[in-house]
Design a protein around this ligand. Structure first.
Ligand SMILES: [Zn+2]
Length: 106
């Protein structure tokens, strides 16, 4: 008692200060995790609308592929009213990049 003197009530502030520090650290961590989540969602949404080279992809919806005649959850709607699944759309896009003529489904 003599070593602490009359300053011992200030020791009560130590748990309060620790609580404030833990609270601030947890809020900052939560904000950073929230930013990372938002960035991941934005990347995923962008990947749905643009290819790896940044070119816009055609609109898509669930439907039947005109090339392989199978139903898919994601079918691209091409010019001319044709629909292509992701695999068939990739084949069409590769042909276009090579300069080969685009062939509609037979
Ligand atoms: Zn297909």
């Amino acid at each position: 008692m003599t070593a602490l003197g009359t300053y011992w009530p200030f020791l009560l502030l130590v748990p309060t200060a620790l609580t404030v520090v833990v609270l601030v650290v947890s809020l900052v961590a939560k904000a950073l995790l929230g930013r990372a989540r938002v960035a991941a969602v934005r990347r995923a949404r962008r990947a749905e609308r643009f290819d790896a080279q940044g070119r816009p992809l055609p609109p898509f919806a669930a439907g039947l592929c005109d090339y392989c005649q199978k139903p898919f959850d994601k079918v691209y709607y091409l010019e001319g009213g044709y629909r292509a699944c992701e695999a068939c759309f990739g084949n069409v896009a590769r042909r276009q990049l090579r300069g080969e003529p685009w062939q509609p489904p037979t």
